[in-house]
Design a protein around this ligand. Sequence first.
Ligand SMILES: NC(=O)c1ccc[n+]([C@@H]2O[C@H](COP(=O)([O-])OP(=O)(O)OC[C@H]3O[C@@H](n4cnc5c(N)ncnc54)[C@H](O)[C@@H]3O)[C@@H](O)[C@H]2O)c1
Length: 330
Amino acid sequence: MEKVLITGAAGYIGSHTLRVILESGRSVIALDDFSTGNRWAIPAEVPLFEGDFSDLGLLRNIHRESPFDTIIHFAAKTSVEESVRDPSLYYSENTAKTIRLLDACRVLSIKNFIYSSTCAVYGSVKSMKSDGVNEGTPVNPESPYGWSKYLSERCITDIAQSVGMKYSILRYFNVAGAHPDGSLGAENPKVRAMVTVAAEAAASMSPSLIINGDDYATRDGTCERDYIHVLDLAYAHLSALKRLESGGSSEVFNCGYGKAFSVKDIIATMSKVSGKEIKSTIGKRRSGDLESIFADSRKIRTLTDWLPRFDDISEICRSAYLWEISDREK
Ligand SMILES: NC(=O)c1ccc[n+]([C@@H]2O[C@H](COP(=O)([O-])OP(=O)(O)OC[C@H]3O[C@@H](n4cnc5c(N)ncnc54)[C@H](O)[C@@H]3O)[C@@H](O)[C@H]2O)c1
């Protein structure tokens, strides 16, 4: 079995995935600069390197000390709003640095590369099919963040082919929830994801929040998203890795459940699981918010052994709420 280097291993999704890959019996090495990640998210037994994922000298040293064949690349800047304010930060941190990491893959003869992409590459889909957005849907990123991730996808596709490396690109839909054992959860204050916002509201003294627009052409007028439990997403990485290890081809996979929940659905579910009534007021639409998007995830279900275990919006909200009220180090 492969030894796996995980960049961004101390972050929200990286730390859950690290746990799953470790539990599968594979050796794991963690790399993080702790710009948004947390040391406590890395188990003590995992070799941990602090630094920048695009530092070839550091990658060579890690490889010399502990050779690895596979990279799972999570490390990135992840705020859409920040990317609009500072696009060059996103193109240099996400795209240019990923090119340098790919150059290192050539130098170190890396066999497999798994990349964290996003449904933001699809942008507003003109005519959503009833079974969701599939991987063949034309891309149309609407923010520098979305473009920086899509351009990285292009670089991976072209460079991996030229150096004989295989890849899986995973396009995540809305990642939410926390580890069921209460040890890991979302921590990046720059990212205002709906389930986290609702969990924070429920945990506060006077639960309330603002709904950004209720005049969309959806069931209840609020935006709809496909929420995937972070641990199911972690298992999707393991499934993608197993497929590459057993000789599978390079592919792009959507990661979602294929169901859309509205902002009002999330508020109602969070109120129910927390036992706190969350009051809401209607605010203006936020620019750039997509009306409705959900995944057609038949490809990953067909080509890998991925089987969702936490496809339950109540469980997603409950785990996020329990994480929010937990006594963790912050
Ligand atoms: N959270 C979501 O809903 C979501 C959705 C779609 C895609 N993604 C993608 O998933 C990946 C992980 O996102 P997350 O939510 O876990 O974010 P996060 O901020 O929790 O984790 C990112 C990690 O990368 C580290 N990092 C950042 N820049 C680095 C650098 N130059 N060198 C080394 N380490 C660095 C940070 O310290 C952090 O630990 C990102 O690539 C993101 O674009 C996330």
